[in-house]
Ligand binder design. Structure first.
Ligand SMILES: C[S@@+](CC[C@H](N)C(=O)[O-])C[C@H]1O[C@@H](n2cnc3c(N)ncnc32)[C@H](O)[C@@H]1O
Length: 228
C-alpha cells in the first residue's frame, strides 16, 4: 500500500476500509496533539477495536519516524514556558523530535544520541543537530553547565542510572526531566527507578506533566526529579 498522509487518513477513511498493512506517512512537523481517531465523524457508533487498530498503526508509524515519547505542542509549549532560560541537555534524543521542538521555541538545548538506533532510511536523518555522543560522555562533557537534563524513552539498560548518578556528582543542583515508564516498564532499569526521586513542583505538574499524552497500552509519563 502507498504511504498515506495523516490528514488524508483522518478525513478520507471509511469505517469499512481495510487497514491491514496501512502505511502512514509522518510529516516532519510537530503535531498539535495526539490524533484522536475516536473523535472522527465517521465513527457514529464508535467501533473501539477499529480505533485501537488505527492507533496501533499510527504509533508504529511515529516510532518508525523516530518518535517514541509523543512530542506535541500541547505539552511542549507549557514546557518551554516552564524551562524559561534553563540550560538543557537532551540525551538519547534519537532523531531529535523534542530537541527540534524546543529549539524552534528558542530553548537553550543541546541534543545528543550515540546513533546506535540509526540505520533505517528515516532514522538516518536527524531533524536537527544531534551530537553523536554516548549519554554518559554527554553528561561528562556538558553536565556541569546545565540546569536540566532531559531524557525521553531511555533504553532499558543501566545507562540512565549511570547518567543520573554522574550528574548528581558533578552538578548536584541540576534536575532531570524523565519521560518514560516506571518500575518494570519499557524504559531505564530498576536501579534508576530506585534512586530517582520526584521533586514537587506544582506548576510543572499542573501545566506540563498533565498535558503529556501516551499511546494506548503505554504508561509513559513525565517526571521531574533528581538522583538520591
Ligand atoms: C527508544 S529511543 C528514544 C528516542 C527519543 N528520545 C524518543 O523519545 O523518541 C532510544 C534512543 O537511545 C539511543 N541510545 C541507546 N543507548 C545509548 C547510549 N548509551 N548513549 C546515547 N544514546 C543511546 C538510541 O540511539 C535511540 O535513539
Amino acid at each position: 500500500m502507498n504511504a498515506l498522509k495523516l490528514d488524508k487518513l483522518f478525513y478520507q477513511l471509511k469505517k469499512t476500509d481495510d487497514i491491514s498493512g496501512l502505511n502512514i506517512q509522518i510529516e516532519t512537523k510537530i503535531p498539535e496533539a495526539m490524533p484522536d481517531f475516536g473523535k472522527l465523524p465517521i465513527f457514529e457508533e464508535i467501533d473501539k477495536q477499529y480505533v485501537r487498530r488505527l492507533e496501533a498503526c499510527l504509533k508504529s508509524a511515529y516510532q518508525s519516524a523516530g518518535m517514541f515519547g509523543f512530542v506535541s505542542w500541547k505539552w511542549v509549549n507549557p514546557f518551554v514556558d516552564w524551562i524559561d532560560d534553563k540550560r538543557c541537555l537532551e540525551i538519547m534524543a534519537g532523531r531529535g523530535w523534542l530537541t527540534y521542538a524546543l529549539k524552534q521555541k528558542g530553548v537553550n538545548v543541546v541534543g545528543t544520541d550515540n546513533y546506535s538506533w540509526f540505520g533505517s532510511d528515516l532514522w538516518n536523518v536527524p531533524l536537527t543537530d544531534i551530537l553523536a555522543l554516548d549519554a554518559v560522555d554527554a553528561v561528562r562533557t556538558y553536565g556541569k553547565d546545565i540546569d536540566l537534563l532531559i531524557c525521553s524513552w531511555p533504553w532499558l539498560d543501566q545507562t540512565m542510572y549511570q547518567v543520573a548518578k554522574l550528574l548528581s556528582e558533578i552538578n548536584p543542583s541540576a534536575r532531570i526531566v524523565y519521560i518514560g515508564e516506571g518500575w518494570g516498564g519499557l524504559t531505564a532499569d530498576d536501579h534508576f527507578h530506585q534512586h530517582f526521586k520526584e521533586i514537587k513542583d506544582d506548576v510543572f505538574e499542573m501545566r506540563v506533566k498533565s498535558k503529556y499524552e501516551q499511546w494506548d497500552m503505554h504508561q509513559d509519563h513525565m517526571m521531574l526529579g533528581r538522583f538520591i
